[in-house]
Design a protein around this ligand. Structure first.
Ligand code: URA
Length: 231
């Protein structure tokens, strides 16, 4: 992705954006060996930036994937010998230090974002940005109005009262639930407290990103506008 030269220098840790602009105006910055005096010049990861003739180490290219996590995979970066498969096993051919943005339980499937951009991850998971997540819940029981009422009231998790943003029945034993908090086992706890058993839990949406028709284990790159929608 292209960004302004002053921002790229600041992102590489040279100085604040303002100071970087001063460096550029002072003629101390070059792009691909050519002196540049415009902080607004657009550069990307392929460009070589230097200050006072010193080439800056290249910022790692940032990558963003939307994965349909299969049941059975763990969201962790630690591979235990002989342990369960982890979502990063699906990305071993990608040459970046990837991690999952938040977590899904081992038995939960569905949409999870995989990236090497910590700033982006924070924008998706930090509660202050209020990115909602929607789950499809399958139970073997007939969902009643009473179940829906109890679910809507919420419950206490880790000492905090957690209330879903929306709950609605799709059909006899299937409902959709939208949450904003992202507490550990939040949906499972809500479902159990409502007296429902859980057959399947699938996350189908994060913010405006939909799981769509990706098969389990399938993934795709996010588009620029999808990445921007979180920044
Ligand atoms: N809530 C849960 O209980 N489990 C998940 O995997 C995600 C949300």
């Amino acid at each position: 992705m292209k960004k302004r030269l002053s921002k790229a220098l600041a992102g590489a840790g040279v100085a604040s954006r303002r100071k970087c602009e001063e460096l550029i105006f002072a003629g101390r910055v070059a792009v691909n060996g050519m002196g540049v005096l415009e902080p607004q010049m657009l550069v990307d990861a392929t460009d070589s930036l230097s200050v006072d003739g010193q080439v800056l180490p290249k910022e790692e290219t940032k990558v963003y994937y939307l994965l349909n996590k299969p049941v059975g995979y763990l969201c962790t970066n630690v591979r235990l010998k002989g342990g369960a498969r982890i979502v990063l096993d699906l990305f071993t051919h990608i040459p970046y230090r990837l991690f999952s943005v938040g977590r899904l339980d081992q038995d939960t499937s569905g949409i999870i974002l995989i990236t090497n951009d910590g700033h982006f991850a924070n924008r998706v998971i930090h509660p202050s940005y209020q990115v909602s997540k929607e789950y499809l819940v399958k139970t073997s029981m007939e969902i009643t109005d009473e179940h829906l009422k109890i679910l809507s009231r919420g419950t206490s998790i880790q000492g905090v009262h957690v209330k879903p943003l929306a709950v609605h029945k799709v059909r006899k034993g299937t409902l959709k639930i939208t949450v904003g908090e992202g507490k550990k086992h939040e949906v499972r706890t809500l479902i159990a407290k409502a007296g429902l058993n859980l057959l399947e839990l699938t996350r189908i949406r994060i913010g405006s990103l939909l799981l769509g028709t990706l098969p389990p284990g399938g993934y795709r790159e996010l588009t620029h506008s999808e990445i921007k929608s979180f920044m």
